[in-house]
Design a protein around this ligand. Structure first.
Ligand SMILES: [Zn+2]
Length: 249
């Protein structure tokens, strides 16, 4: 048994029994960990928002390696996300980003960079009106941290780099240029140059410095959709929140 202090981001939570809240939290120090907040639902002096997805909090707990859930002894909220609650678009993107983090990280691996990326992206969600650009930016960097960002520079079939329209081929999601695509049977959804330009711009700056107006919203919507399919295929998971996100709201 070891006493631990950590700062974490709530990815997912649910009520358990009368008053307990179970939460999956990504901490920078110890990675993803399951916690239980005992009696939180009935507590008069402890804020319920501690267990809300998106909340960032300092935690103190005793690590028991043989337990599925670590009991939170003390916590202090660093940031809650009540400011996002009034906007359905923001909520959908919040849940989408949290779910992607949850599905692409293992339990107990330190994830400092992913933790910092996710908290910064959620902070930006409150400020920005370009939610799809932000989620695409977030996915691009997340895939980069995981070492699996597809290289969109060259066509995987002919190697050229000057193509404008392309598709992301399954299962490796390497780009296939319009010329190579024409030689194949069957129609496929294609992305245009904007998607490649966005990826390269996103890799060069922090999100607040990215000029989102330069990149057509429809193109970014398609890019985000394709990147999400890639995440699902690579990590063998289903991102459930994508249904709402891409339903055209
Ligand atoms: Zn080609």
């Amino acid at each position: 048994m070891e006493i631990r202090k950590a700062t974490g981001l709530v990815l997912h939570s649910r009520q358990s029994g009368e008053a307990d809240v179970l939460a999956r939290i990504l901490t920078g120090e110890f990675g993803k960990t399951n916690f239980v907040f005992k009696g939180l639902k009935k507590s008069k002096n402890r804020p319920l928002s501690a267990g809300e997805p998106g909340t960032v909090l300092h935690l103190m707990y005793y690590q028991h390696d043989n337990r599925d859930f670590q009991v939170v002894n003390e916590f202090r909220i660093v940031r809650h996300r009540l400011d996002l609650r009034d906007d359905l678009g923001r909520i959908l993107h919040l849940y989408f980003m949290l779910e992607v983090v949850d599905r692409t990280t293992g339990h107990g691996d330190p994830q400092n960079r992913v933790y910092s990326l996710a908290t910064a992206a959620i902070d930006a969600l409150a400020e920005s009106v370009h939610h799809f650009h932000l989620s695409a930016f977030f996915l691009i960097h997340l895939l980069r941290f995981h070492g699996v960002l597809p290289d969109l520079e060259r066509c995987r079939m002919c190697g050229r780099t000057d193509f404008r329209s392309f598709t992301l081929d399954t299962p490796d999601f390497m780009p296939v240029c319009e010329r190579c695509l024409a030689s194949r049977p069957g129609g496929r959804a294609t992305l245009d140059l904007t998607a490649r330009e966005f990826v390269s711009a996103a890799l060069g700056v922090r999100f607040p410095s990215l000029d989102c107006e330069r990149f057509d919203a429809g193109a970014i919507f398609s890019l985000l959709f394709h990147l999400t399919l890639f995440v699902e295929s690579y990590f063998h998971c289903e991102i459930k929140s994508k249904g709402m996100l891409f339903s055209g709201l």
